[in-house]
Design a protein around this ligand. Sequence first.
Ligand code: ADP
Ligand code: MG
Length: 709
Amino acid sequence: MRPQQLTPLFATAKSLAGIGPRMEILLKKALRLPPGVGEPRVIDLLWHTPAGVIDRRATPTVAEAVPGTIATLEVRVLKHKPSPRGNTRAPYKVTCEDDSGRIDLVFFHAERKFIERQLPTGSLRTISGRIESYNDKKQMTHPDYIVAPEARADLPLLEPVYPLTAGLSGKVLLKAGRQALERVPDLPEWQDAAWLAQRGWPDAKTALLRLHRPEEAQDVSPASPPWQRLAYDELLAGQLALALVRQSLKSQPGRRVSGDGSVRARIADALTFALTNSQRQALKEIAEDMGAPHRMLRLLQGDVGSGKTVVALMAMAVAVEAGAQAALMAPTEVLARQHADTIAPLAQAAGLRLALLTGREKGRARAELIERLAAGEIDILVGTHALFQADVHFKDLAFAVIDEQHRFGVHQRLALQSKGGQGRKEGGAGVLVMTATPIPRTLLMTHYGDLDVSKLTEKPAGRKPIVTKSIPIEAIERLIERLRVQLSEGAQVYWVCPLIESSEKSELAAAEERHAHLSQIFGVNAVGLLHGAMPDKAKDATMAAFAAGVLKVLVATTVIEVGVDVPNANIMVIEHAERFGLAQLHQLRGRVGRGTRESFCMLLHKAPLGDAARQRLEMMETTEDGFKIAEKDLELRGGGEVLGARQSGMPEFRVAAVPNFEELLAAARDDARLVLSQDPHLTSARGEALRLLLYLFECDEAVRLFRAA
Ligand code: ADP
Ligand code: MG
């Protein structure tokens, strides 16, 4: 349970004055909410960091005020000059003065009553806004602030400016933010005192206050002490959560899983190729890890086409040799099926009992499968997240492989895994996460902590380079002619259809249109269509027909992005390639170049190209190296997004996106480790405070774990 003192911060934002249902909708757009959070809360306003400040500290006399600058003036209201009757276009003017001169306040479409109430004739007012000059007279159009002497404190001399959404005014946000600040309780110090002193950082509450009520313009810079402090808080919370999860996994009664190599030998015999050195090395690392007396959590990283599936199968075979079971979980139905199909002949040759469980298996068949699983009559279970349904029990699961993992939320997965640990035997399972995204070291650290990593650095022998060409859509006729020749020689083609902004329907329509078009040219029986909205059976049938070479051309939406493996397919056409991100293009291209045929990737684009799009397509033409592409991707998009919101539905950071992020991250990681080594149960005073920090950054899952321990 979240500690009481944080309760006010996690109340709905609607509990703040000025935030009603309409504002709530706008806030939801303006604030980046963590996944699973439906409505904005008070704390989300605190993490909504200013993008800059408006400096209202200049307080000249009217005569001194410089047109074009922002100033705050002390004036007396002299007289009102309403717009002439019937002429609503002429502004309402209010003349004000101080001892040095006069200035007109100008209002368009003003409500007379409102202005009269704000600026009674003869009253003293502080006004703030941009000074203008009109016909040699000074004026201020729609002052940002008009306050009476007694409300002077409401006028922020350094006003934070927040990223907005259309319809949401800065004032509303400012007002809500102020109320949010008032709810911040006194917080115990969770950071090391010496570290704080060394950095010159304020305490957390002061940092929040300074960020939202800046005293210096620099206070809202990501390099400022208050911001740095909060960034470090967030990173430490994240690293501590990961370390806790990891500690809890590793401390669970480890299980040595090792075998005599007999099943692996039979699989190797059934393979038509020899394993690459990379694959052998990775297998060795994995097998050693499995044989060690702790819980295994390892990442297998390998570019598309590097042959991760075989490694996974061999690793699962180790568990079977040990007399236990193994599971392989894929993010999509298509992929799960594909894995099962790939593995099936090898499993059969090796005498392994294989089964598939996805959301599609239902009724009797499902019940039977579950029974066999519980009885230990299934050695390897392949499936989607359906594997984790509550009624799915293994007799003895020793090892689980999770494919293309970054599509699931990391914290969720870790939690899932440890949930299995409570009383269920399969909780002891070692886990291997497979990913094709070459994750730069820093990002890896943020997401997985210091995870063990095995890498597949070489591609299987005999792979030919993929010729990649970016061509304008106008050249489509010529491309089709070339395809005709290729097809007559036995080639197979993937044709990926454009991703149309946010509307799945039109993406589908485009694919259908292209399918009809190509069917006319290459024949109805030679062209298939695959999209996400298709009935499952039809999907399978289409994939199978393409894999068997019956279909020559497969028109698809991006459903084929991950993992699909048809070695004979050697041409990838991507329409509107300019709309895809680099990582996605690389993934798509990885579907070809797997067989013996020369392979091509045609990037059809619509001119003119924006700068980033041009760079992406050029990069694709220049290299096939997944790491280089990932680096370029990082450069073009910024780290947060690569593994962040887009892929996992998780906003990367709330405040930690600062320039010296890497340095802070490394420090936070070391700090987290040190803390846990000295205070594994977080019972010291600092430990207690750190628990609060975990709750503040919503790492509740980690705290729960730790409670269970
Ligand atoms: P990914 O790493 O993208 O998941 P896959 O496991 O799907 O790659 O492998 C891609 C293709 O390479 C498959 O057709 C697979 O059978 C083949 N393959 C895997 N290992 C080797 C190897 N050592 N030699 C030749 N082909 C291999
Ligand atoms: Mg794969």
